[in-house]
Design a binder for this molecule. Sequence first.
Ligand code: 5AD
Ligand code: SF4
Length: 440
Amino acid sequence: MSEPKKLYIKTYGCQMNVYDSERMAEALGGQGYVEIQTPDDADMILLNTCHIREKAAEKVYSELGRYKGLKAEKPDLKIGVAGCVAQAEGEEIMRRQPMVDLVVGPQSYHRLPELEAKTRSGEKALDTDFPEEDKFEVLKNRPKAKRGPTAFLTVQEGCDKFCAFCVVPYTRGAEVSRPAARILTEARDLVERGVREITLLGQNVNAYHGAGEGGDWSLARLIWALNDIDGLERIRFTTSHPNDMTDDLIEAHGTCPKLMPYLHLPVQSGSDRILKRMNRQHTAESYLVIIEKLRAARPDLLLSGDFIVGFPEETEEDFQATLDIIRASNYGYAYSFKYSTRPGTPAAERDQLPEDVKDDRLQRLQALITEQQKAAQDAMVGKEVGVLFEKPGRLPGQMVGKSDHLHAVHVQADGLQPGNLRRVRIIESGRNSLAGALVE
Ligand code: 5AD
Ligand code: SF4
């Protein structure tokens, strides 16, 4: 048998890219590639890129520059760019950086084996199609190897919402849901390989409406079917849009035993005027009503969100409304970004706010969020939670895992293994993690 070829994948951006990178490794696994963790020995380097905020493309070009030396030493090394920058820039990438052999968009990576073969015959390979065939189903050569206790599973892709700031509808395309039966098969396969927690992924995951028995299934219905899989212990999903937070899904947070008490529900801004200019199709009030219903269903729900500051036309008063909605919602985690112009999106054409105004608002918003995050973490002290252990900690005899609410928890105990799900009493709140003790 010939030596396996070595594949190095560098993943940028969201969890969907992490999932896609796994699929790309599987697709090339069929071509005799094994994945390695550093680029130095690689026969192929793939950058799986993200285009959500500015400078993404520039970052990719500078990363490519770092591989120039390697490529000169090893002419057989193939270099590829995948993901959303590949989709957005296409051929331009090879024009600007001739050492790139392969460009593949997020909807056509199941064709990597053919594209790779093309590069081996000395040609350049480019594929940024939105093909008809289901890219997930073509990847049949998935190895049955054991896996860690947690996994991502993409159930929905793309977006039809067209928020005025966002490139996703352009790079990932229209909303597409995978059929329910295929998702369930993939979930059972993951569980057989050791997975105990699955996070369902989609750009608009709660807009899921995949074909299933008896007609289209909602995300709630899919979650209930996953709840029946023996050996699967925890279910999460991300990212949701407020307008698709249907009653059956809200109710599932109170009644579905394996659905974890954590929800990422971005609102972006607390000002109705800005929400309208963002084309969000909801108001601050309607968002707060959803949060109220969710907390009525599941009082200990930990909420996380995304915020954009410095969107075109945002005044100090609009910004204050964002701080108000943060105070009213009380987040356990939040991610905040300065607005950045994305070519081809409506808001990119508008008058932009000065950088120092954006910086100042981001700082003030992050100070409030940090306070809330710390309070939410500190409030866990004394409580009993489930922890799914993932790996050994820094100290001898220590194991770390994630709580039901997604806090990192470390515990000092003998005999704990990755994949163990235990009841833990939280005894201390540290800077970025909690300390706990096993409940007998
Ligand atoms: N500028 C800043 N933040 C953005 N996001 C999406 N597009 C932009 C942009 N142009 C943020 C949103 C989204 C998260 C994934 O990224 O908050 O929820
Ligand atoms: Fe982008 Fe999310 Fe808005 Fe869709 S709903 S356009 S993915 S921010």
